[in-house]
Design a protein around this ligand. Structure first.
Ligand code: ASP
Length: 352
């Protein structure tokens, strides 16, 4: 009897020390929203296609060996081209991600169109209340294309979501053998598969056929560390982006505010600059209506510095720092659910 108990005890020890716990099969839930990854052409090799044609079951079935990486389940949240992404879908998606991560799921993969992927990723990076991995993935070629990139990207995304190393890194984007952080990543080429880059910070890691090399992560706050984590407002305040250029007319600014914008992001020239007429009107609307004004840049790289050529302290403006106009808009929308005080919003732009 003693011998049997001792034998069982020894077996458990050997079993545990053999790394069984580390090799437990993860449960990954795939939330599909559409995009080119679910897109179909009329004929393979033909130019032109329709985003959001295939369903989540088709996407999973197209990569049979993905089941070796994790126990998979799937759900359709939307089936749209991400050019049609809206606050409504964001709020629905965020709610579902938070619900799924509260269950026994170990991570979530979201299939998404690439056009606005960086915005959805950053939104989720601020509202997901969990340290479990959340990974967005898409493709540049439709599912029916010759050399479609979707299946490989999806396989890698599941591998990342199932990796213990992905925990506490915030929301990630996996495309073209690279892993990027939601706050840093941008789509930079209209059609090339090598379109996603993090121009200021570089990738968060590399992945090749499921094998991952992680790099250092940033110390910026996200997910459970965000003051917006778990927030589920019914709607988000309207924030518009205005593109600066030579001979810029301030009419669009006034029109946006008249139409209900509570915040304006200017995709400024250079270091977030714009002509004097636009500065004057924005300062007036800030002082009179409490309009939240964010100065970002239309340039692909560089930080927008505070109080450089524009006196932000006097005007009551926020400088976007690392954030491009699209990302600035996401943070401004969430910020406005709490405050329109430019000093507090500036702190958020530094913190996240
Ligand atoms: N227009 C598509 C979308 O964003 C492009 C893509 O998915 O690559 O849904």
């Amino acid at each position: 009897m003693k011998l049997t108990i001792g034998y069982i005890f020894m077996s458990i020890l050997i079993f545990a020390s053999s790394g069984f716990a580390a090799e437990k099969k993860m449960k990954i839930h795939i939330l599909a929203t559409g995009g080119t990854i679910a897109g179909a052409q009329m004929k393979a090799g033909e130019y032109g296609y329709k985003s959001g044609t295939f369903k989540v079951e088709d996407l999973i079935a197209a990569v049979p060996n993905m089941g070796d990486l994790a126990t998979l389940s799937g759900e359709q949240v939307a089936n749209i081209g991400s050019q049609d992404m809206s606050d409504e879908v964001w709020l629905k998606l965020a709610k579902r991600v938070n619900e799924v991560l509260k269950s026994d799921a170990d991570g979530v993969v979201i299939t998404h169109g690439t056009d606005t992927m960086e915005e959805t990723a950053f939104f989720l990076n601020l509202v997901v209340k969990s340290d479990k991995p959340v990974v967005l993935v898409g493709s540049m070629r439709p599912a029916t294309a010759i050399s479609a990139d979707g299946p490989g990207n999806l396989y890698n995304a599941v591998a990342v979501a199932a990796s213990p190393g992905a925990k506490k890194r915030g929301v990630l984007v996996v495309m073209n053998d690279e892993i990027h952080q939601a706050r840093a990543v941008e789509k930079m080429n209209t059609t090339n598969v090598e379109t996603f880059h993090s121009p200021e910070r570089g990738p968060e890691g590399y992945i090749n056929t499921g094998k991952i090399a992680w790099f250092e992560t940033s110390s910026k706050k996200h997910t459970s560390g965000s003051e917006f984590a778990g927030a589920s407002p019914k709607s988000l305040p309207r924030v518009d982006i205005i593109y600066a250029h030579s001979n810029m007319s301030p009419d669009l600014i006034e029109s946006a505010v008249k139409s209900g914008a509570k915040g304006i992001v200017v995709a400024g020239v250079g270091d977030g600059n714009m002509n004097q007429a636009s500065l004057t009107i924005l300062e007036r609307l800030q002082k009179k209506n409490g309009l939240l004004v964010i100065r970002s840049t239309r340039l692909p790289t560089g930080l927008v510095l505070r109080n450089n050529e524009v006196d932000d302290d006097k005007a009551g403006f926020v400088a976007s720092g690392e954030f491009n106009p699209a990302k600035s808009r996401v943070l401004a929308q969430l910020a406005l659910t709490k405050t329109s005080d430019p000093k507090k919003v500036q702190e958020m732009f530094e913190k996240y």
